[in-house]
Design a protein around this ligand. Structure first.
Ligand code: AMP
Length: 438
């Protein structure tokens, strides 16, 4: 015999046990409901994409953390670290002729070789929404309102949004003649909150003192008050034309958000940057109190579809981290789904009636009920105590004597009452009993 070997999950990978898997799928279901209610249609894209596609605009941090390998055909591929690149590819290649806007939803697992820690895994799940074809603030607002709708559905009502605009910093850097690669590196440093390094980097690449001062002040400009935030941003970017129009755009978005009266709590953060490089406009992240890591994030990316060969097509989207939402729900103990669905265990009294027991289980499943069957060869009394322990609501005892009379016994596990039911009336009688049980 070979020596026993114990295997573990690979570092950063997790097994989701039934309760966790149930929770994850529940969040996914709620996310899908929100998608439906906003008219977003689901798409399914592959887990494996070409490395080149994924790497192009993902940002240096995420690029380093991709699972990259060569497939057997010699192609350099990677496990998807996010959805937006795949969606932009799909829209550019297959949906250019569709009437705009296009509203798309998808969910699934993503892979990043992050350092495993609380809320940061190497395999994680997202629910992702993209609104494609509009450059109007109305589209940005829709994504924020959709965020609000999902948070409320998940009972995370005390969430708040950090909101900014990549055009503020990029606008300044552009006018200073700083190239895109340098801009990207700076955004990466800001995303990592490495502010001192960011300022030193600007100095190193010959950025003017005025620009460094402006950017430094920008990283300190935060406010929950819309007017105060916009006023101080406009003051900072006054001389920089592109950054000024970004500030105007942000102001318009926030105005419309207030008019829509959704009551989203937000903080405007002018120095806010996100790791993904494709953003061109508003960016935001979603937080819940007492949890420092974001449970969702998104923004506007007006040039990605074009970069992937499509026509110039503006777009805005958001992705929610389902694993982190699970953590947020645990923290707030807002888990409210303790519903006990009626479930049935069928117990054959001896080996001769096993076939009958299986037949009855099929009849009940076809009638839409959840049915288990005793497969451990236990006695009736042991099966009943096991059913009790596991919260089974009803058992059906299939005995040779009753079968001969064309009957079975249904037992309500709570009241311990039993009654005989004729086999021809099994589904109706069982359903009646389950209804009266609830
Ligand atoms: P991003 O695709 O980076 O914009 O991330 C969107 C959301 O996905 C984040 O706000 C997180 O909730 C979630 N997320 C990102 N990376 C991870 C990770 N390594 N583990 C778990 N969740 C993550």
């Amino acid at each position: 015999m070979l020596p026993q070997k114990h295997f573990r999950t690979v570092r950063g990978m997790r097994d989701l046990l039934p309760e966790e898997a149930e929770e994850l799928r529940w969040i996914e279901k709620e996310a899908r409901r929100v998608a439906e209610s906003f008219g977003y249609r689901e798409i399914i894209t592959p887990l494996i994409e070409s490395y080149e596609l994924l790497a192009l605009k993902i940002g240096e941090e995420n690029r380093r953390r991709m699972y990259v390998f060569e497939d057997l055909g010699g192609r350099k591929v990677a496990l998807r670290p996010e959805f937006t690149a795949s969606i932009a590819r799909l829209v550019a290649a297959k949906m250019m002729n569709k009437p705009k806007p296009i509203r798309l939803f998808c969910t699934g697992s993503l892979y990043r070789y992050d350092e495993p820690q609380y809320g940061r895994y190497r395999e994680f799940w997202q629910a992702n929404y993209e609104l494609i074809g509009s450059n109007k603030p109305d589209a940005d607002i829709e994504i924020l309102i959709l965020t609000d709708s999902l948070m409320k559905r998940l009972n995370l009502k005390d969430y708040y949004v950090k909101i900014g605009h990549v055009g503020l910093i990029r606008g300044i850097l552009c006018m200073e003649g700083i190239g895109e690669e340098e801009q990207n590196h700076l955004m990466h440093l800001l995303d990592k909150k490495m502010f001192d390094e960011a300022m030193a980097y600007l100095k190193g690449i010959g950025c003017s003192q005025k620009c460094i001062e402006t950017l430094k002040n920008m990283t300190e400009a935060r406010s929950e008050d819309k007017h105060e935030a916009i006023e101080s941003i406009i003051k900072l970017v006054g001389d920089y034309r592109e950054a000024y129009s970004a500030a105007k755009n942000l102001s318009e978005i926030l105005d419309l958000l207030e008019e829509a009266d959704v009551g989203i709590r937000y903080i405007v953060d002018a120095g806010f940057a996100r790791g993904l490089e494709y953003y061109t406009g508003m960016i935001f992240e979603v937080f819940v109190p007492d949890m420092e890591i974001a449970i969702g994030g998104g923004g506007r990316y007006d040039r990605l579809i074009e970069l992937f060969g499509g026509e110039p097509t503006p777009a805005v989207g958001v992705a929610f981290g389902i694993d982190r939402i699970m953590l947020a729900l645990e923290r707030g103990r807002t888990r409210t789904r303790t519903e006990t669905k009626p479930n049935i265990l069928i117990i054959p009294v001896n080996e001769e009636v096993r076939g009958e027991a299986f037949k009855i289980s099929s009849i009940l499943r076809e009638a839409g009920l959840t049915v288990e069957i005793e497969v451990m060869g236990r006695t009736v009394s042991r099966s009943l105590s096991d059913a009790d322990r596991r919260g089974i609501t009803h058992t059906i005892i299939v005995g040779p004597k009753e079968i001969k009379q064309g009957k079975i016994i249904i037992r309500d596990m709570k009241t311990r009452k039993q009654r005989e039911v004729h086999i021809s009336r099994i589904p109706e009688e069982t359903i009646n009993l389950l209804m009266s049980h609830n």
